[in-house]
Design a binder for this molecule. Structure first.
Ligand code: FES
Length: 514
């Protein structure tokens, strides 16, 4: 494959360079309409695309910023310090991708440069060959491979034949079939998207990827598949206190779902796939103890998104897959107006699951509650030392609760000060950020015992939180959701030490759930 080279995406002549003011400058490339931010510092010019990492919003001047270094996103108000290229809201979170700003000694011009190709799928192109009816049948379980391989084991998924492949390079399966994995621009450590190509026909799957390949994606693919629902996070349903009233949450959810629908519609419109299929998002908060989440965490439907896409781009064939339905790609490409290319399941086919074997999961979680280690209070220090997060001015209070988030009799209730990784009995006197996190005891202890990521708590709606100030601590959550050590804490060793140094606390162990 050809290696990447640099490409000039904006050029300012010497006169325009001299006209740049100190601090923030907004510039537009008149040829392609793309917008850029140029920051003129004392001894350095920095530049980036004017596009927010969150969901691609446009930045404008931040009127609250006295230093003239910060811009504010017009969509959800993230803030970017252009002098450092760090997002300051959310704090300690992302870096903006910086463009090379090349100032010419010869003619005084300035060129903004980016890597090329940003579109590695164009390497070694293959002519699209004619497909025969029945050659590619797309089922709703066709493609679902979007996880960080490194964390598969920790996430509890047991796979045994894993091949690690580089990003952005075609992987040949056979003479006709190949695939390429692309990185997510916002969460490169976690999310990916996938292109599968068969006989020159591409299927693009962007499910659960916030900014696949940093927003640069193939146009005119044969099939594009994506998520559609929203709501796969604890925010804001698991938050309380301050602004998090029921009506604020309801308004927020409504707006967010609407924005997601528009965002997906615009993305599909700009990429112009021949067929679009929203397929990931059919989850439900099934357990009775999660009824509050189920009732309030409303989601977009695939049918709503398809309707919005059909209105905006009637030329694109939309398909809402249900269990048992199949799309014949060859027929669909030949005649997109023919709905007969889709085989629907027989009438009366059950679409949604309506009963679950909860014990399959709960037995394992509940077994953790009475684990030996929880007899010793020193498991707390041992666990957080193993986790290795510190030098951050945040104090958390963690409370073990029952399924309804009521503090559990005999459960642990403790503070962790991450500035020096201490475990004080009361909040420190100094200024500090503070979060109270109530965790269902069975999930928390299962996470602790097995060294699992805190996704089980946060994305699983298994905690309730309040924070002061109301700030998302990306650094903290990112650590506990993606950066924990790969092997679980050595609890055998802990027990050897604890037996000699700690006094067993019988009441905190075996605080079984009712
Ligand atoms: S798109 Fe910028 S904050 Fe959401």
């Amino acid at each position: 494959m050809t290696s990447q080279v640099s490409k000039t995406i904006l050029r300012l002549e010497a006169e325009d360079v001299r006209a740049l003011k100190d601090g923030i400058n907004f510039k537009k490339n008149q040829e392609d309409g793309k917008c850029y931010i140029i920051y003129k510092g004392k001894d350095k010019i920095r530049a980036c695309v004017n596009q927010c990492k969150h969901q691609g919003g446009l930045f404008i001047k931040d009127i609250e910023d006295m230093d003239g270094r910060t811009v504010r996103c017009t969509k959800h108000y993230w803030k970017l310090n252009v002098a450092t290229m760090e997002y300051v809201n959310p704090p300690d979170s992302f870096m903006q991708d910086e463009l090379e700003a090349v100032l010419s000694d010869i003619d005084g011009s300035l060129e903004l440069v980016e890597l090329n190709p940003p579109d590695p799928w164009t390497a070694e192109p293959r002519e699209a060959q004619e497909l025969h009816a029945g050659e590619i049948m797309v089922h709703n379980q066709t493609i679902y491979l979007i996880m960080s391989l490194m964390y598969l084991e920790k996430s509890g998924v047991n796979l045994t034949n894993i091949n690690v492949v580089p990003f952005g390079v075609w992987q040949n399966v056979d003479e006709h079939l190949r695939f390429m994995i692309l990185m997510d621009g916002v969460h490169p450590e976690m999310d990916t998207c996938l292109i599968v190509e068969y006989k020159g026909h591409m299927i693009l799957n962007t499910v659960d990827c916030t900014r696949p390949n940093n927003g640069c994606l193939p146009h005119g693919v044969d099939v594009m598949m994506s998520d559609f629902a929203g709501g796969a996070s604890g925010f804001p349903m698991t938050f309380h206190g301050g602004k998090y009233t029921e009506s604020w949450k309801a308004d927020f959810i409504k707006n967010e779902r609407k924005k997601l629908l528009n965002y997906k519609t615009q993305l599909v419109k700009s990429l112009q796939p021949k067929i679009y299929c929203p397929f990931a998002g059919y989850f439900t908060e099934a357990h009775p103890s999660d009824r509050y989440i189920k009732e309030t965490n409303s989601k977009n439907s695939a049918a709503d998104l398809n309707e919005s896409i059909r209105k905006s781009c009637p030329n694109i064939l939309t398909w809402t897959p249900v269990p048992g339905s199949v799309l014949d790609l060859a027929l669909a490409l030949n005649d997109p107006s023919n709905r007969g290319v889709i085989t629907e399941p027989p009438n009366g086919t059950k679409i949604y699951k309506d009963s679950w074997d909860f014990d399959l999961y709960l037995d394992e979680l509940n077994a953790s509650v009475s684990a030996e280690i929880f007899k010793y209070k020193s498991w707390i220090q041992y666990y957080y030392n193993w986790a290795g997060f510190k030098d951050y001015n945040l104090v958390i209070r963690v409370t073990e609760t029952d399924d309804d988030f009521k503090p559990l009799k005999g459960g642990y209730d403790y503070l962790v000060d991450f500035l020096d990784l201490s475990f004080p009995a009361a909040r420190p006197e100094r200024d500090h950020a503070y979060e109270e996190i109530k965790n269902r005891v069975n999930v928390m202890r299962h996470v602790v015992l097995n060294g699992r990521l805190w996704d089980d708590l946060y994305i699983g709606f298994n905690n309730r939180m309040s924070r002061d100030p109301d700030v998302y601590h990306h650094k903290f959550w990112n650590h506990f959701q993606t950066e924990l050590p790969l092997s679980a804490p050595d609890w055998d060793r802990f027990l050897q030490i604890a037996c000699e140094t700690d006094v067993p606390n019988e009441s905190s162990n075996g605080c079984a759930l009712s």
